[in-house]
Design a protein around this ligand. Structure first.
Ligand SMILES: [Fe+2]
Length: 200
């Protein structure tokens, strides 16, 4: 699968500018629950900070849905005969970011949909707590995990971090709250750009 990839030859400040450009271009699109994509991602990051999550999870929460900026519509994929799971927004987002951020940011982003499937299997009342849009997308995402999938997921190195991100995602859907904008996270993003992975 091809898709856009964030250029890891850019300086960290330029990577922030590129992310800011994408938020500007696509952030006004509806998230589907009376808020925009930008509001949802900023609220998720704010929630992560309020909960005292690590810097990596704050950045992951801020960027977790960046793949929605590039997702073709599901209907397009199905009519085109392509397997839609290869084009899921968490996969697109993780691939877009992975040359610029470490696994502590990327893996929770990659897993944030799987966590929903996991929590629907293991946590009583979780499914009922989901928004209608989230219940609907669960069906498209494969439904609750099977016991074997639950076991495999639990054993993963970043599963706890991914659950933390999911909490922020689920609670980042409030209408009309006053929170910091993207600029507030500029220094944190710059700090978290993985210098080891950047080309010389
Ligand atoms: Fe989200």
């Amino acid at each position: 699968m091809n898709g856009p990839v964030l250029d890891n030859r850019l300086a960290p400040a330029a990577i922030y500018e590129e992310l800011a450009r994408l938020f500007e271009k696509f952030g006004d699109e509806q998230y589907g629950e009376a808020i925009t994509q930008r509001e949802h991602m900023l609220q998720s990051a704010h929630m992560a900070e309020e909960r005292g999550e690590s810097d990596a999870i704050v950045v992951a929460a801020l960027l977790h849905d960046v793949g929605h900026f590039f997702s073709p519509q599901t209907e397009e994929l199905v009519s085109d005969g392509r397997p839609e799971q290869n084009f899921c927004h968490e996969v697109l987002g993780a691939r877009f970011l992975e040359s610029c951020f470490g696994p502590e940011v990327i893996v929770p982003i990659q897993l944030h949909v799987a966590v929903k499937r996991y929590l629907c299997s293991v946590e009583e009342g979780y499914y009922e707590s989901l928004s209608e849009a989230s219940k609907h997308s669960l069906v498209l995402q494969g439904g609750p995990m099977t016991p074997a999938q639950v076991e495999k997921f639990s054993a993963g190195k970043h599963s706890d971090a991914a659950i933390g991100l999911r909490y922020c995602d689920d609670h980042g859907k409030q209408v009309g709250i006053d929170i910091p904008g993207l600029e507030y996270y500029r220094e944190l993003i710059i700090k978290m750009v993985n210098k080891d992975l950047r080309a010389a």
